[in-house]
Design a binder for this molecule. Sequence first.
Ligand SMILES: Nc1ncnc2c1ncn2[C@@H]1O[C@H](COP(=O)(O)OP(=O)(O)O)[C@@H](O)[C@H]1O
Ligand SMILES: [Mg+2]
Length: 372
Amino acid sequence: MVRMKIENPFLTRGYAGPEYFCDREAETKQLVAAIANGRDVTLVAPRRYGKTGLIHNAFRVLEKDHAAVYLDIFAMDDLASFVQAFSSAVAGRLDSAAGRIGRKLLSFFKSCRPTMTPQDDGSVVFSFDVAPSLAKATLKETFDYIASSGRKIVIAIDEFQQVRSFPEKGTEALLRSFIQFVPNAHFVFAGSKKHMMDEMFVSPQGPFYQSTQLMALGPIDATKYAAFAGKFFRKAGRPFAAEAFRHLYDRFDGITWYVQAILNRVWADGHGLDSAERADAAVENLVAESGSFFIDLLRSQTAAEQSLMKAIGREGVVEAISAGDFIRRNKLPAASTIRSAAAKLMERDLIYRTEGGYVIYDRLFGTWLGKL
Ligand SMILES: Nc1ncnc2c1ncn2[C@@H]1O[C@H](COP(=O)(O)OP(=O)(O)O)[C@@H](O)[C@H]1O
Ligand SMILES: [Mg+2]
């Protein structure tokens, strides 16, 4: 792998190796140990906490003796597109002798012939064009191919709750039925919608009930995060005040993406993190940049939903959404209207329920709403 020098050490997407990855040591060990010992894992946390990063960090370790396949299904909308991506990602990863790959692999796929594209490095990339009527058959063939290879493989399916919006009902049960018979493959199912993930993995009626190890991901420890961030600033001869970092961390409850995004801006502007004001100014800039997007987002909700979002934005956290004083204070419509607006907004990931109460899911949007 080519090691490139990174201009800005605070990534806001992707994974660039352990140097730019803060802590998660215990979580990485836990994930690696589960897979290495034959346990599938369900990883659940709201968006932006660092699930995808953690998977990649664990893959670095697992890749030593597993073929590792990562698949994000967030944008997929039916079984055929899922199978197409799944089979393409798996195919060709399990044979070692380059010359034999094609023939061995082709003998498994009867329902759908993969296209083979030779790469400059001598490897071959396979891609499948799956006809909807044959999607199940191709999926079964892919699992047969995995089982026959006998090689250890770890497959992470990110944003797994997306399978529940496929028009084909029961995709998760279908997967579970195949997975049971491939002892050499182990799975990480990651998801950001807790109630949907719970219905599949935690509910006794769910197809994966008690079949995986459940892992929740919290924020990175504040002290470790400060040490990680401080090291980059100091090495570059820039100031770094631990209290300023703490202010930033607390402002976003330590949620990784926000902390990264603000540090990225402060760094890009050539500054150090020298004061709380410096962090706040970067937040203001980021919120202002998204202003026109936030206006459109707000305006595309109903009137009741808009006033509820504005009220939550103003108050920050709302313990009881249909409480009389909250409604009066914010001149909101009747409690029943508010309850159904809240349900809709939660479904759309616009508001989110934490232990402390309801918050605006996107914290920058929340800041913007609070200032209207
Ligand atoms: N441990 C970490 N240290 C530094 N940056 C991280 C860490 N984990 C995640 N990130 C960064 O935070 C952002 C959000 O993380 P991501 O893994 O995409 O969250 P999720 O998958 O939970 O939505 C990404 O920019 C990622 O690069
Ligand atoms: Mg993710």
